[in-house]
Design a protein around this ligand. Structure first.
Ligand code: MN
Ligand code: MN
Length: 453
């Protein structure tokens, strides 16, 4: 064999299945050999370090317009922060306007992403105005969007009849539907009731979006998906009510999947009791829940009743959050997590004993790759993209706006100590992060033509 470009030597390779010592040889953009005593033009000693696949974050909102605001991280700053945290691929979203085709909207959104530093894909949102355009789904799938976003809340929500039609169309192309499940009618009634009674503070946000109605919506869409005969992936599971429904469906042998996010694993609803803007910062939907719910989520990840942790990264600045202090329902929703997810799940998932190091890789890398069609990512094996993280299991990083690279003036994880952090991140064979510093070029990330196996 010709001498490889790069060999990562003496590391501990961690896949979703096994942990073993070997060298990893990279030629061009791919992993070309794994074995003993490999040599390369450049050799990197990874003794005492973990060598993992790059993490994949299948739920992010970069430069996302919401009402009067646009989420704070651009495709450049957001993907740079992701890479520093060990993430080498993301999936963002496309929304189609009433007067355009889905492919036109996809092209426009791809043009927004040209400064991305890691690889990316998009979920195609099926809006109410897209119900008449469902015959476009085969073309969208062919263009590399294998997943379709359905809302049960907000202005873009589909009613149950529209959910049925959308799920049938996604089934017909063999795609993966992803859903925001909350009961919007109940939420809007409770918000109106609170606001008319002068209950305007952020603490009323979780009290307007009860866990039981997130569970109801999840159960309803699981039932419709089952009727249709399609797999289904439930976004940002926050509470035991939803976990129970996913667990039941999976016990019945149904292809139902769920993700949760760092905010639900590390924060709880008492955060909304803080005064002033502090209580508004962690507003996101579904809302943060109780410590009991949080314990269920960790347990569900260990037991495979939840399969993925993604971030729903969608930060807004302190000033933007403060615009809703007179009406909590107007606070732009979302928190930053894109950088800390992979190391945080190592520190608090693996080191705290919730699951194995292999399960960590499965949750953050391998299962998201498989469910969302990154067929050459999420695994360390010959022929795969050389999206690789050299992870130092002993490196301590205390999270703060100084140590993180997200382009927003706050973090909900200020002071949280990570034990374990990426030392180097490779994306398609190129070292783009070294010792916590981004060393790649803006725009080097590619749109991935995803396809399901
Ligand atoms: Mn959502
Ligand atoms: Mn989201």
């Amino acid at each position: 064999m010709a001498i490889a470009d790069i060999v990562i030597k003496n590391g501990t390779i961690v896949t979703s299945e096994i942990t073993y010592q070997a060298d990893v040889a990279i030629q061009g953009e791919r992993i070309v050999a794994i074995g003993e005593n490999l040599s390369g033009a450049r050799e990197i000693d990874a003794t005492g370090k973990l060598v993992t696949p790059g993490a994949i974050d299948v739920h992010v909102h970069l430069e996302m317009p919401i009402g009067d605001f646009v989420s704070a991280d651009s495709f450049f700053t957001g993907t740079q922060a992701a890479a520093i945290g060990g993430t080498t691929a993301i999936v963002d979203f496309v929304e189609t306007q009433a007067d355009e085709t889905m492919l036109t909207a996809l092209t426009a959104r791809r043009q927004k992403a040209t400064q991305a530093v890691i690889d990316y894909g998009f979920h195609m949102t099926i809006c109410p105005t897209d119900i008449g355009k469902l015959d476009q789904l085969p073309a969208v799938y062919q263009a590399g969007c294998t997943s379709f976003k359905l809302y049960m809340a907000y202005g873009l929500r589909l009613d149950d009849g529209q959910l049925l039609q959308a799920l049938e169309a996604v089934r017909n192309v063999g795609g993966m539907p992803v859903v925001h499940a909350e009961n919007w009618e109940v939420i809007t009634s409770m918000i109106q009731r609170n606001l008319s009674a002068g209950r305007i503070e952020p603490r009323w946000h979780p009290r307007s979006r009860p866990d039981i109605m997130e569970g109801e919506a999840a159960g309803r869409v699981i039932d419709i998906a089952t009727l249709v005969g399609t797999p289904l992936y439930i976004f940002h599971v926050s509470c035991a009510e939803v976990v129970a429904r996913i667990a039941k469906a999976r016990q019945d042998g149904l292809p139902i999947y769920g993700e949760t996010c760092p905010q639900y694993l590390f924060l709880t609803d008492t955060a909304y009791d803080e005064t002033g803007v502090q209580g508004a910062l962690p507003v996101c939907s579904p809302p943060l829940r109780t410590p009991t719910d949080q314990a269920y989520l960790w347990e569900a990840l260990g037991q495979n009743n939840l399969q993925v942790v993604s971030t729903d990264h969608c930060p807004f600045t302190r000033a933007e959050k403060a615009t809703g202090l007179q009406d909590y329902s107007r606070i732009p929703g979302g928190v930053p997590s894109i950088e800390m997810r992979f190391p945080a799940l190592y520190t608090f998932g693996v080191k705290s004993g919730h699951f194995s190091v292999n399960r960590w890789v499965d949750i953050c890398c391998t299962t998201p790759a498989r469910l969302f069609g990154f067929h050459r990512k999420g695994h360390i094996a010959v022929g795969y993209d050389a999206d690789v993280v050299i992870f130092d299991p002993d490196r301590e990083v205390t999270l703060s706006t100084d140590t993180l690279h997200e382009d927003v003036d706050w973090t909900p994880y200020d002071g949280l100590v990570m034990t374990g952090w990426p030392l180097m991140t490779f994306s398609r064979g190129e070292m783009i992060v070294e010792e916590g510093r981004f060393v790649g070029q803006p725009g080097r990330g590619w749109f991935v033509q995803r396809r399901l196996g």
